[in-house]
Design a protein around this ligand. Structure first.
Ligand SMILES: N[C@@H](CCC(=O)N[C@@H](CS)C(=O)NCC(=O)O)C(=O)O
Length: 241
């Protein structure tokens, strides 16, 4: 049996890995870390050069010298192929293989960078007449619309089968909105797909273990969960200066 620990910074993208492991039916432990107050605490920073979550610790082959792996897409691929017999991924022989790859990589390749750019620009100015603000907004809306159109046509991102591509993407529309709030009302396809994804037992169980304090109904609502408390305080302090 694998010996796996998921180091997870709460209210963050590490949630994808417990969810994946629940769906694969592989036993694991979650080690949750609280934000200090926004970024990783020292214990998590000490685990990996970037100090970012998730970090998977795999002590299966060598308990004294475990493997530490970061980057959620790399961790997902590793678990699927090393311990999951390829489940939740599509094989090259599958008719939807290219779709699976595209959507699996879409989150960290397109969505998260677009959201991150919007966060940075908005921290500098919220002036909607600024052409850079408009450009960043338009790119983000295009990225959302593209995913919305896909899940209006197909039940899951890769097609008819739920895969790791769905697990990668959900965070950008749920917990991520604690850092960059956006209203999903213009995207009914995304809202319906979020409901399908988060109704799954694997998601519910993983969230109970990793982030029991998060309110899932708030996370999947059109308006979103609202800003993370520590971030709210930081922004108020900055504005007061
Ligand atoms: N591309 C990385 C991003 C990792 C990342 O930025 N994680 C955030 C959690 S949402 C984090 O640890 N932030 C705190 C910090 O960097 O100190 C992945 O997908 O794993």
């Amino acid at each position: 049996m694998p010996s796996l620990t998921v180091h997870h910074l709460q209210v963050g993208q590490g949630e994808r890995i417990p969810w994946l492991l629940e769906e694969l039916g592989i036993a694991y432990e979650v080690k949750p870390y609280q934000r200090a107050p926004i970024f990783s605490p020292k214990e998590l920073k000490d685990l990996h050069p970037l100090g970012a979550s998730p970090v998977l610790e795999d002590a299966t082959e060598d308990a004294k010298n475990p493997l530490f792996l970061a980057e959620s897409s790399a961790v997902a691929d590793y678990l699927i192929h090393k311990y999951g017999n390829g489940r939740l991924a599509l094989a090259p022989s599958d008719a939807n293989y290219a779709d699976y790859l595209y959507w699996f990589h879409y989150t960290n390749g397109t969505l998260q960078p677009a959201i991150g750019r919007r966060m940075t620009v908005y921290a500098l100015t919220q002036d909607q007449t600024n052409p850079r603000v408009r450009m960043v907004d338009e790119r983000l809306q295009l990225a959302f619309q593209n995913l919305n159109d896909r899940v209006e046509k197909k039940t899951w991102l890769a097609g008819d089968e739920f895969t790791a591509a769905d697990i990668m993407a959900v965070f950008s529309f749920t917990t991520m909105r604690s850092f960059m709030p956006y209203d999903l009302s213009p995207y009914p396809g995304i809202l319906a797909w979020l409901k399908r994804c988060t109704e799954r037992e694997g998601y519910r169980t993983a969230m109970k273990k990793a982030d029991p304090e998060l309110d899932i109904e708030g996370l999947i609502s059109a308006k979103g969960p609202g800003l993370f408390d520590a971030l709210k305080k930081m922004m108020a302090a900055q504005q007061a200066k």
